[in-house]
Write a protein that binds this ligand. Sequence first.
Ligand code: MN
Ligand code: MN
Ligand code: MN
Length: 288
Amino acid sequence: MPADPRRVDLHIHTTASDGLYAPAEIVRRAAEAGLAAIAITDHDTVAGLGEALDAGRRLGLEVLTGTELSAEFPNGTMHILGYGFDPRHPALLSALEQYRRFRDERNPQILAKLAELGMPIRYEAVRAKAGGESVGRPHIAQALVEAGHVTGVDEAFRLYLARGRPAYVNRRRASPEEAIGMIRAAGGAAVLAHAGQLKRTMQEVRRIVADLATAGLDGIEVWHPDHSADDMRALAVLARQLGLAATGGTDYHGHVREDVRLGVGRGNLAVGYEAVEALRARLAARKP
Ligand code: MN
Ligand code: MN
Ligand code: MN
């Protein structure tokens, strides 16, 4: 039997978080690119899903609900992707609201520390730098440059804003187990995103994933533009060994990584429709 030629992209950002294109525009582009299914996975929000699902229905493109949650992980980045959940689930919505509060309360704390250090910056100046996207340290750094306290953004991080520096404030995040629990409580499948960004050896990744599987993890993002061919082979083996779904996507933002394109990453990423079927199988196995 010939292999299923259908291709999917299960990791895409829109204007609902830090992507360049609106959800409906992403769906239009995905349909044009001939993808069989996509998931919209904006950071810590489900705000773009209604528009994306509508556009998918209109254009006949399968759109899975999705999100990408930041979890607490020392000296590395851990993101947990959620798929196929109910985007109106009240517990999920209130947990996401709390996430947003965590993020919003951090910026004033950083500005208070900078003021104590003799560098008062107005929040309005920072917000102006963000130009509508969610406000964070890069924008505070730009405001510090503008006020003449540092010569560049790099220096602002090195002297004040980086972890361990005097104006650093830790952002409270959910634990990995809480992030997985939020997604599963809303009826979704939880997938470890870009294991390459954990900044651990493959041996350590194996142990971390095995622990997360015990906590309810449903899958691993095997195919991602940041993963080498060796990474992807090892992660596919790990998924198979642990009975987890193997998924993938381009982490498309429309900019940020200029060379990454929808559906194909840097030109060589091909995620098969089997990824969607594997997620469905995980969800079906949980139904009472
Ligand atoms: Mn992003
Ligand atoms: Mn991520
Ligand atoms: Mn992402």
